[in-house]
Design a protein around this ligand. Structure first.
Ligand code: NAD
Length: 322
């Protein structure tokens, strides 16, 4: 099988591409290295893939450049490319979000609508729920994002659905709930906490730390993608969570134990667009994909901690300031 991974140099995309290689597929990766975080980290994400004969890479911006040639002969697309991050999506930056999250998705769907694709899997987000009314939140909850980022991810998700309805493109949206693990983006909480803990610097917490999240280890998210590609389903959006909802303060306690050092924590004002709680009802994913998260938080957090500790110092420094 030939697969296309958009956003292949990113955190989740690089893990999906590696799994595809391990499964014996031919992988085409595309990424345009948006400057949301340093290119050096993304190049490092691609390091193993670049050694693989079954892997080819194209530096390409799918929101503006011709994309027909990378879609040629492709059976499955894992569409991970996006401008991530809730907090940066306000003001003038919104244009970047609409371009990479909405326009790029529409261009990709246009390019493949008549190609007889086996599956297109769209990386959606728990942020489409906003401050949900019920926990755990099921897919039947009315999406009401509270950040501009969430709005663009929801628009992208709607696009994948309407190309399925109108053109029969077999799309599945996976609503990831905070994914973590090795290569996590430097702006994300676990990565920031680990970086600060290792460097004995203060950890900044937005809010009182009693906000809760459903954290999903990256290999579980990859498992969900593999199942969604292989099974005969389309036109659905499914929650992909980690199976437990914990407070940020609990994570800090866990990190203190893993790092073996005392953490210095600064609580600052909560940020606009941040939701208070997330919790995934994954029963639909269990039923339709056979999805069960297998990596628990202590093991997953340790894996991310060990990854960061072993990261080249030059790359550790590159992550600073994000
Ligand atoms: N990490 C999470 O917890 C999380 C949660 C919910 C949803 N998601 C979604 O999962 C996907 C992957 O997220 P991530 O955390 O790996 O982010 P990431 O920033 O590490 O990866 C995204 C990659 O897409 C690339 N990209 C962006 N626009 C592009 C374009 N127009 N053309 C080509 N490449 C482009 C970027 O350069 C980047 O390398 C995103 O769609 C994100 O919205 C992530």
């Amino acid at each position: 099988m030939r697969v296309l991974v958009t956003g292949c140099a990113g955190f989740i995309g690089s893990h999906i591409a590696e799994r595809m290689i391990d499964l014996g597929h031919e992988v085409v990766g595309v990424d345009c290295f948006v400057d949301y975080y340093p290119r050096a980290l993304k190049e490092n994400n691609l390091a193993r893939l670049r050694e693989e004969p079954q892997f080819s890479f194209r530096e390409l911006d799918i929101s503006v450049e011709p994309i027909e040639s990378v879609c040629e002969g492709v059976d499955v697309i894992y569409h991970q490319a996006a401008q991530p991050g809730v907090r940066a999506s306000w003001g003038e930056e919104f244009e970047t979000y609409t371009r990479h999250n909405v326009l790029a998705t529409q261009r990709l769907l246009e390019a493949v609508k008549a190609r007889g694709l086996r599956k297109l899997i769209y990386a959606s987000s728990s942020s489409i729920y906003g401050d949900a009314e019920a926990f755990p939140t099921s897919e039947t909850a009315l999406p009401t994002p509270i950040s501009p980022y969430g709005t663009t991810k929801l628009a992208g998700e709607h696009l994948t659905y309407l190309y399925w309805r109108n053109y029969g493109v077999p799309t599945v949206a996976l609503r990831y709930f905070t994914v973590y693990g090795p290569r996590q983006r430097p702006d994300m909480a676990f990565h920031r906490f680990i970086r600060a803990a290792i460097n004995h610097r203060p950890i900044q917490i937005y809010g009182d730390g009693e906000q809760t999240r459903d954290f999903t280890f990256v290999s579980d998210a990859v498992d969900a993608n593999v199942a969604a590609a292989n099974l005969n389903i389309a036109g659905v959006a499914l929650n992909i969570g980690g199976g437990s909802r914990v407070t940020v303060n609990y994570i800090l306690q866990l990190l203190g134990e893993i790092s073996g050092s005392e953490l210095h924590i600064n609580y600052v004002e909560a940020q606009k667009g941040d939701v208070r709680h997330t919790s995934a009802d994954t029963s639909a994913a269990a039923r339709l994909l056979g999805y069960t998260p297998v990596v628990d938080l202590p093991a997953g957090l340790r894996a991310e901690f060990d990854w960061f500790r072993k990261l080249d110092v030059r790359l550790q420094r590159a992550a600073d300031g994000h």
